[in-house]
Design a protein around this ligand. Structure first.
Ligand code: AMP
Length: 438
């Protein structure tokens, strides 16, 4: 199978070859023809599978055939959970629209709204947005959806985990009923299935990764070590293996700052990326990391979600995540689109429960390596695989909404909103949740 077999336009094929994409990834092979045919698609695919091109390419293809966007109208809408993912998806969209007569733009919170309003004035073919800012723009009449043809929910599971369900239901209420719906999610949880029932019309289901398995191209291992020794061990590993460019995960923002300071004092080019950093700093840090000016990016889970950094050879879990699913998301940053990668976790005795939960989720015991001089005094017990089935995950309670960012209800509630309201009585609880504060 190659890209020409999908019947894509010569302009798109040209851009694909400029990007160096030779063959479609499995998700692209499955999703592109379905989307081109106009089907609703519900796809289980993690970041790293090539899912973004899997929906952007057919959307571009379809939009290049219709009427141009009128002022303030959006012809397609891609909703994503984080600002970083929004920028990355928009970069993709811009790459594939630049030699066609189509416009792609991105809107997210944490930056001024006026420039975003200006960009929307001429109308836009592909609008990539985080839910909160999109609602703000809609309330101010800066964006309209009479011409909307396609809606994409990207990383839908994460959007639900982050408490965006209420925002999503408000957004669905002002979109035209007749549209194509696409949903991409790392897993199909019960919550996702409930959302799909109100969103879709007979969706085609696509899956390229069995639920909660990690990419096979990722070599995973753990280093048992005492907590206090972790920073020195990290430096030892970097020097031993000559690691050059890596993403390091910490549990907390404070921990990320502390480790970054330590690494910098040791002469390493490190920078932290987390929710307390301004959007401008986060964007610059990511750009510096991509250019190689920063070699070690220290991140918390939310900040790192969806970061697209090409061929990242190493991902290091300085702390294990408290939520086992985050391990799968974290190591999705390496071994992407067929490239091989390595995921190393520094595990101290107090993290044994987290380790067991991860191994149970990914259904394998992670191999261990003891590093000379760093053998722990506090033993990390040998783990045995727990084969009991996992209980369905409950979504996290979103944080309370801060008054500074109100999102009034739309004036009239169309049919779909009613459908959603009914669903909430069946356990989806679409109306009672508040958007998390930014
Ligand atoms: P995604 O899952 O969309 O975040 O994509 C993961 C990475 O795979 C990105 O760096 C893409 O540039 C890359 N990629 C996507 N499709 C292909 C392809 N067909 N061939 C090679 N690389 C790809």
């Amino acid at each position: 199978m190659n890209f020409a077999d999908f019947g894509l336009s010569p302009e798109t094929l040209e851009t694909l070859s400029q990007q160096g994409y030779k063959t479609p990834t499995p998700i692209q092979t499955k999703a592109i023809p379905q989307i081109l045919q106009g089907n609703d698609v519900m796809a289980a695919a993690q970041t790293g599978t090539g899912k973004t091109a899997g929906f952007i390419l057919p959307i571009v293809e379809k939009l290049s055939q219709g009427l141009p966007a009128k002022s303030n109208q959006a012809r397609s809408l891609v909703l994503v959970p984080t600002r970083e993912l929004a920028s990355q998806v928009a970069d993709y969209a811009k790459t594939y629209t630049h030699n066609l007569d189509l416009r792609a733009t991105v809107v997210f919170g944490g930056v001024k709204i006026n420039p975003q309003m200006m960009k929307l004035r001429k109308g836009v073919d592909i609008l990539v947005a985080t839910p909160g800012r999109l609602l703000d723009l809609y309330q101010q009449n800066a964006v309209k959806f009479e011409q909307l043809e396609v809606l994409v929910l990207d990383e839908a599971d994460r959007m639900l985990d982050m408490g965006f369900i209420n925002d999503i239901s408000k957004i669905l209420a002002f979109l035209p009923q007749k549209r194509q719906n696409l949903m991409f999610s790392a897993t199909f949880s019960n919550e996702i299935r409930k959302l799909s029932k109100v969103l879709f019309n007979n969706p085609v289901e696509i899956s390229v990764n069995p639920q909660n398995t990690t990419a096979t191209t990722v070599k995973q291992w753990i280093c048992p070590v005492d907590k206090k020794q972790k920073p020195q061990l990290l430096i030892e590993l970097i020097q031993q293996h000559l690691w050059d460019h890596m993403l390091v995960f910490t549990k907390t923002k404070k921990g990320a700052n502390r480790l970054t300071t330590y690494l910098k004092h040791s002469g390493l080019k490190a920078a932290a990326i987390h929710g307390d950093k301004s959007q401008a700093i986060r964007t610059k840090t990511l750009a510096d990391f991509k250019k190689g000016k920063v070699k070690i990016l220290v991140a918390t889970d939310v900040a790192a979600r969806g970061l697209d950094i090409e061929q990242l050879p190493q991902v290091i879990n300085f702390d294990l995540p408290t939520v086992a699913e985050d391990y799968v998301h974290r190591i999705g940053r390496t071994g992407r689109a067929g490239a091989t990668g390595e995921a190393i976790s520094l595990v101290s005795a107090d993290e044994f429960n987290e380790l067991k939960a991860i191994e149970r989720l990914i259904k394998k015991v992670l191999p261990r390596k003891l590093i000379d001089g760093f053998e722990p005094n506090h033993n990390v017990p040998e783990s045995r695989l727990d084969n009991r089935p996992l209980k369905p995950k409950k979504p996290k309670k979103p944080k309370k909404l801060k008054a500074k960012h109100p999102t009034p209800e739309p004036k009239s509630i169309p049919k779909q909103q009613d459908k959603l309201k009914n669903k909430s009585q069946n356990g989806l609880n679409l109306q009672s949740r508040k958007r998390p504060s930014k």
